[in-house]
Write a protein that binds this ligand. Structure first.
Ligand SMILES: NC(=O)C1=CN([C@@H]2O[C@H](COP(=O)(O)OP(=O)(O)OC[C@H]3O[C@@H](n4cnc5c(N)ncnc54)[C@H](O)[C@@H]3O)[C@@H](O)[C@H]2O)C=CC1
Ligand SMILES: O=C(O)[C@@H]1CCC=N1
Length: 275
């Protein structure tokens, strides 16, 4: 049976960029604004969230988790342990604690939460905000299947979910968690190249955005291998191979491999520092 999220009370603790993106996506999967409490340190941020989504906001994290069936911990990795300590006594025994933090292992949550508290570790990405994200889901060792399914139902409106083993999550974060930043970097560089060639700035940016959007859809909708689609753009003796040669000369492919490994390694470092 498909798990429904409607009627489930959800608390978002520390509603910054990522938690807001999950909140926005989750509202699209049937979560009612009246069932959401989002916390923010600054009153102006709380007011902004209340106005944008119609949710209840507060600065009091312990108050927010009271009565919540799902609790999304949206603070930075360095602040997670203190947040768990602050709310542990107020959590409902059946509340599923959802981690979005990079690096932090499930074992950290177990240390800072009451014994047996259900936990689900996730790694979302910011396109969740428009329902086009992809989120890794790792079940805690004692978390019931029904609780994992509830979290997946919450995430349904944010895009795809993929269940993985915890040992895979550093690589998942390096590719998909951080991935939107690499794409925005490429779009920015392509737009700048357009400006270099004399195109108006707004036109250059629109072309770059639409080209990435269209290419992503072509990949997803045809299921073709990216190398095949690249070949279809590259006519023998034509223009595209000239450009791709410059990218190869610049070591761009190798830079991507190094970049993702660096992100994965930083995730492991955070686990060693904070976990
Ligand atoms: N930004 C991204 O693309 C992704 C972020 N993440 C994870 O999401 C988490 C949050 O990252 P961001 O959203 O980028 O950071 P952020 O700084 O935008 O959000 C954190 C929020 O927590 C609030 N906060 C901190 N302490 C608080 C407290 N005691 N009470 C209430 N609010 C409090 C801050 O004011 C801030 O708004 C991190 O653990 C990160 O690893 C995971 C995947 C992608
Ligand atoms: O840069 C970061 O630490 C976070 C985690 C994944 C994406 N952004």
């Amino acid at each position: 049976m498909t798990t429904q999220i409607a009627g489930t009370r959800v608390a978002f603790l520390g509603t910054g960029t990522m938690a807001e993106a999950v909140l926005a996506g989750a509202l699209g999967s049937g979560l009612a604004p009246s069932d959401v409490v989002a916390t923010a340190r600054r009153p102006e941020r709380g007011a902004e969230l209340a106005e944008r989504y119609g949710v209840t906001t507060t600065a009091d994290n312990a108050e927010a988790v009271t009565g919540a069936r799902v609790v999304v911990v949206g603070v930075k990795p360095k602040d997670v342990a203190a947040m768990l300590d602050a709310v542990a006594g107020a959590l409902e025994p059946d509340a599923v604690v959802v981690s979005v933090a990079v690096g932090l292992p499930l074992s950290l949550y177990a240390r800072h939460l009451p014994a047996g508290q259900p936990v689900v570790r996730t790694m979302p990405n910011t396109p969740a905000q428009v329902g086009a994200g992809v989120t890794a889901v790792v079940a805690g060792p004692t978390t019931a299947e029904a609780d994992v399914a509830l979290v997946e139902a919450l995430l349904a409106g944010t895009g795809e979910t993929v269940r993985i083993a915890e040992k895979e999550i550093d690589a998942f974060g390096a590719l998909a968690g951080s991935g939107p930043a690499y794409v925005f970097y490429v779009v920015d560089a392509m737009a700048e190249a357009g400006v270099l060639m004399g195109l108006p700035r707004d036109v250059a940016r629109r072309l770059a955005v639409q080209t990435v959007l269209g290419s992503g859809r072509l990949l997803a909708e045809t299921g073709e291998h990216p190398a095949i689609l690249r070949e279809k753009v590259s006519s023998p003796g034509g223009t595209t191979v000239q450009a791709l040669k410059r990218l190869d000369d610049g070591g761009v492919r190798s830079a991507f491999l190094n970049a993702l490994e660096a992100a994965r390694d930083r995730s492991r470092e955070l686990a060693a520092e904070l976990g």
